[in-house]
Design a protein around this ligand. Structure first.
Ligand code: AMP
Length: 154
């Protein structure tokens, strides 16, 4: 089943994990390897538009996938962020959480990540990935979830 992400349709082949009210998918323009997104099923624009149940479900899914993303992409840390509103850098008007794998000394140090996150959609220095590249990554993550996520199976 595909899902709406603001003005964009995310095909099921790019979605690697779902919960009752949220879904996790690979990014078309990641700022680092393994930069993925978690969105609410319902198309709410701002964080505060979510109900408490949706907030809880969204962050439970972030909590569930973040250690797996860190492990799969050989990271030692994560940046977990929401750009909530246009002035904060939000370009897709549908609540979503960025999960970005980090390692010591990576190019996003010294809070550069926040400038890059705020501008990466509009700049040409990071390329948009092909559907094929995204589907390959989502398939790898889906398999990893099927094999290593037993405690969370619904
Ligand atoms: P923001 O700028 O915080 O609203 O983040 C929007 C995110 O959505 C960025 O990381 C984009 O790279 C990502 N994005 C935009 N279009 C797509 C798409 N078709 N599939 C997956 N991710 C997308």
């Amino acid at each position: 089943m595909s899902s709406k992400f603001g003005h964009v349709i995310i095909t099921s082949s790019c979605i690697f994990c779902r919960s009752a009210l949220s879904y996790a998918f690979v990014n078309k323009k990641p700022i680092a390897p393994g930069h993925v997104l978690v969105a609410s099923d319902r198309e709410a624009k701002r964080f505060n538009d979510l109900s408490p149940e949706e907030v809880s479900d969204l962050f439970k899914l972030v909590h569930r996938i973040s250690p797996i993303i860190q492990k799969v992409f050989n990271a030692t840390a994560l940046t977990i962020a929401i750009q909530d509103g246009a002035a904060a850098g939000q370009t897709v008007e549908h609540v979503h959480v960025h999960i970005v794998p980090r390692i010591e000394g990576d190019p996003l140090q010294d809070d550069r990540i926040y400038e890059v996150l705020q501008t990466h959609e509009k700049k040409d220095d990071i390329k948009w990935r092909t559907d094929n590249e995204m589907e390959t990554e989502a398939t790898l993550l889906k398999e990893y979830f099927e094999e290593n996520d037993d405690e969370y199976q619904q």
